[in-house]
Ligand binder design. Structure first.
Ligand SMILES: [Zn+2]
Length: 116
């Protein structure tokens, strides 16, 4: 049996995609929703990971860095896919054992990354 624990977050950010042939070429913003999942065995305390540990790491590594920012200042081409990849790298570097992340750019569009 594999148990996973997920916590959801949100942040607001602006970006533009200069290569895009449509409206994403123009400066605009999104209310991103981020879901971070950690999977693994249930430990002796009856938990996989403490929700508050997940919150603390994501707050520091992602929200403090991305919220109310112009994402093009942080990434050359801030597509949802590449923002999600950057989030994944940051969480991995912070030693959070992420198994899955979902980044929602709009209410009906999201990108999903998962560990191999
Ligand atoms: Zn956009």
């Amino acid at each position: 049996m594999r148990t996973s624990v997920t916590r959801a977050f949100s942040f607001e950010a602006a970006h533009q995609l200069p290569w895009h042939q449509g409206k994403c070429q123009r400066l605009h913003g999104h209310s991103y929703r981020l879901e971070v999942t950690v999977a693994g065995p249930i430990g002796p305390n009856g938990i996989v990971v403490d929700f508050s540990d997940v919150r603390r790491v994501v707050q520091r590594e992602v929200i403090d860095r991305f919220d109310h920012r112009y994402l093009n200042d942080l990434l050359d081409n801030p597509t949802a896919e590449l923002v999600a990849a950057e989030i994944w790298k940051s969480l991995e570097a912070a030693e959070l054992a992420v198994s899955h992340i979902r980044l929602w750019e709009t209410a009906d569009s999201w990108v999903e990354l998962q560990a191999d």
